[in-house]
Design a protein around this ligand. Structure first.
Ligand code: GCU
Length: 712
């Protein structure tokens, strides 16, 4: 049954006569900003179409209806006049109008998450159909339609279809559900946008309205799953393992019911030693019968409260997190045990490949060593979750050699939206260009054409299920992400996870700029260009030519080259980390050809990764004819100059963007330019000393980055 909901008119008065550009804005709405359409004719068109919104009486469809209602009430307030039409949501069996408008085969082909948006006219009244075979498709269709309406695109003559090409799309929060009193750690691991917005004390009795907006955000991102807590569950003082204790179950159930109407399944990170920590057993050995019984009973308890629970994420045998290796068992033994208790309910295990042991030397080679030999041994409901690069979310790394290297194993690509190593909440560093490169990388698993994107689209290894995961950058700061421009990264992950093959970084930057700041061409051009240049700038002033991990161990923010020699490998003679098979740690050999040979040979290695794979003399001549050391100096200064140009370019937008957001971004960009100078001031003298070579341009050296950065 389709249920109508009429447009409310209070928005008319709220927005009447107020130009969008001067309204105070704090960024809370993210890109889901619904403002009156400035073109009168277009506004009337929207009002006509949206005078009535009809949807089936099912929770996800109702959420879609509510979103459309709320949005069109603001974008195109009004009755629609005598020719008022309607928007209809549903499947073909929900409505004869939808059945007549959309062919059965077309809808079937798009699957339960795909949708068709189609408009027409009947008896002089416009109609628009959002059709899907599944309710998730309706909410994704609604958000897609709204992005069009926010951009002023016509609804007349609309006939488009879309469906995600990646089946598993999951947001990972690294929030800590528990924190010992006076414990100084953040409430979000690597979170830079305030504190966690999960108020565990208030749940389940009180559900903060922000949590509903969080669920909306996840649906708007096209996510169908979410992991809500830090992968580190063992840390003393944080003790995330407590999430499996009985006190938390009603709280988890409350969160699941916030997410359910948005088509998002709740999952949690768990500690492999939970049978001991939570259950009081003396062992967590995956082969001990009582251990399996414990997991089975715990899982049954969870599903009784949360029937659509997604499953568990496990970080095991790494960075202090316990795992099966403590009992001489393998990762496959551990993952399969947990998979076996979840599978009867349709739950899955996401098992992290970020596993290394400092004592074993170069960590870059270890994920492959720990996992590739076990291909074929993981259950079909286990997914190995692999960071995009082998090191740790650096601004530039090669793609992980493990991606594509396990043809009989499900894999997830893990990207980090939170900018742990890429400027945190202080530097704009738009990551879509980097993610694009990762997705376009041809692993050559099964020959050419096996890009990471195709792998994640299940198009390379038959029978595997794959997906994309993003480590979130949200917190309780009013605008969710701290730095407003960091919202572009949240948006970018969403667009790329939905369709990693067909989405360009340029289109993402432009669309986000329009949705966030309106359609003034100068604004859109300027914002998009700053975003698109920001990664290159950041790379240049922090770690060009494949350098990495140049920051302080504790905060991953302040440059600390002296204590990072283990990563940059500088000596009097040269710089870089030898990862060749012939003389180094052997990472190059973990790739399929042609990459193996290309990386192994210093003359064919891409220069962007030169110092990642090779230790080379300071005076080595690069392809542009300049000596390496001079190129480093030049890159640092060029990067900092770009950061300064962001300030100037942004200043050109004064008056074209509301003051609150304008000033907020301006202040951040000024801070970034200052910090970029600090990087130059730290690195140039550092390398001068090592290489005993001056900058041939003898440029003034700025003040070094302060050891302890305090916001001005
Ligand atoms: C990085 C990060 C940690 C995080 C880890 C992981 O090392 O600094 O905070 O826990 O990655 O991904 O597990």
């Amino acid at each position: 049954m389709i249920k109508p909901l009429r447009i409310v008119f209070w928005m008319v008065t709220l927005y009447a006569g107020i130009p969008a550009s001067v309204q105070a804005e704090d960024g809370y709405e993210l890109w889901l900003r619904y403002r009156p359409e400035p073109e009168a004719a277009r506004r009337e068109e929207y009002a006509r179409f949206s005078a009535e919104v009809l949807a089936p009486d099912r929770p996800v469809a109702q959420s879609a209806q509510r979103e459309l209602h709320r949005a069109f009430g603001a974008i195109a307030p009004g009755t629609g006049g005598p020719a008022a039409g309607r928007i209809l949501l549903g499947s073909r069996s929900d409505s004869p109008v939808i059945a007549a408008a959309i062919e059965e085969t077309r809808l079937a082909r798009l699957g339960p998450e795909g949708f068709v948006l189609k408009s027409g006219v009947a008896a002089g009244r416009p109609w628009l159909v959002i059709a899907s075979n599944g309710d998730s498709g309706l909410i994704y269709g609604a958000f897609t339609l709204l992005r069009r309406a926010q951009r002023g695109l016509p609804l007349v003559g609309l006939d488009l279809e879309d469906a995600p090409t990646v089946a598993v799309r999951v947001a990972n929060h690294w929030d800590n559900p528990h924190r010992a009193p006076n414990f100084r750690n953040e409430s979000i691991e690597r979170g830079y946008a305030g504190e966690s917005f999960f108020d565990w004390k208030a749940l389940p009795g009180t559900v903060d309205p922000r949590l509903r907006d969080w669920a909306r955000l996840l649906a708007a991102m096209g996510m169908n799953g979410v992991m809500i807590n830090n992968v580190n569950t063992a840390k003393r003082g944080l003790e995330g393992w407590r999430l499996l204790t009985p006190d938390y179950l009603p709280k988890l159930a409350a969160l699941a019911s916030v997410l359910r109407p948005y088509g998002v399944r709740l999952s949690i990170s768990v500690n492999f030693f939970s049978p001991i920590l939570v259950g009081g057993l003396t062992t967590a050995d995956p082969f001990a019968p009582e251990v399996k019984e414990w997991w089975k009973a715990k899982t049954a308890e969870i599903y009784a409260a949360i029937p659509d629970f997604g499953g568990f994420l496990v970080k095991a045998d790494s960075e202090g997190e316990p795992g099966p290796m403590k009992y001489g068992r393998t990762h496959a033994d551990g993952a399969n045990l947990i998979a076996s208790v979840l599978a009867p309910y349709g739950g899955t295990v996401h098992w992290r490949a970020f596993v290394y042991d400092r004592a074993k030397g170069d960590r870059v080679v270890q994920a492959y060593q720990n996992f590739a030999p076990f291909d074929g041994q993981f259950a079909s409901t286990v997914f190995i979750q692999i960071k995009n690069g082998p090191l740790d979310f650096q601004v530039r790394e090669p793609v992980s050699s493990l991606l594509g290297a396990m043809p009989r194993t499900n894999q997830l690509l893990e990207l980090q939206i939170t900018q742990e190593y890429t400027g945190q909440d202080k530097h704009v560093c738009f990551l879509a260009p980097m993610w694009r490169e990762v997705l376009d990388f041809d692993t050559h698993a099964r020959g050419p054409g096996a890009t990471v994107a195709r792998l994640m689209e299940n198009a390379v290894h038959p029978g595997t299920r794959n997906g994309i995961v993003g480590v979130m950058n949200t917190g309780n700061s009013r605008n969710w992400t701290g730095h407003l421009l960091a919202q572009a990264n949240t948006f970018a992950l969403a667009r790329l996870a939905w369709n990693p093959t067909a989405t360009t970084a340029e289109s993402i930057a432009q669309e986000w700029a329009e949705l966030t700041f309106g359609r003034n061409p100068l604004v859109v051009r300027t914002v998009a260009s700053i975003l698109l240049e920001s990664r290159g700038a950041f790379e240049n002033y922090t770690s060009p030519l494949g350098l990495n991990h140049m920051t302080r161990r504790v905060d991953h923010f302040v440059p600390d080259p002296i204590y990072r020699i283990d990563h940059h490998g500088a000596t009097k003679d040269g710089v870089g980390f030898d990862r060749t098979a012939r003389t180094g740690s052997g990472y190059a050999a973990q790739f399929a050809e042609p990459w193996r040979s290309r990386y192994e040979n210093v003359d064919t290695c891409p220069e962007a990764l030169l110092l990642f794979f090779h230790h080379v003399p300071w005076e080595r001549t690069l392809r542009n004819g300049r000596p390496l050391i001079q190129e480093l100096y030049d890159r640092y200064y060029a990067g900092a100059a770009a950061a300064h140009s962001f300030v100037t370019r942004w200043e050109g937008l004064r008056g074209l963007i509301d003051e609150e957001r304008f000033e907020h971004v301006l202040e951040r960009l000024k801070q970034q330019a200052h910090l970029a100078d600090g990087w130059v001031g730290t690195l140039v003298p550092h390398w001068m000393e090592f290489s005993d070579t001056d900058d041939e341009k003898a440029r003034p050296v700025p003040q070094p980055h302060t050891r302890r950065y305090v916001a001005p």
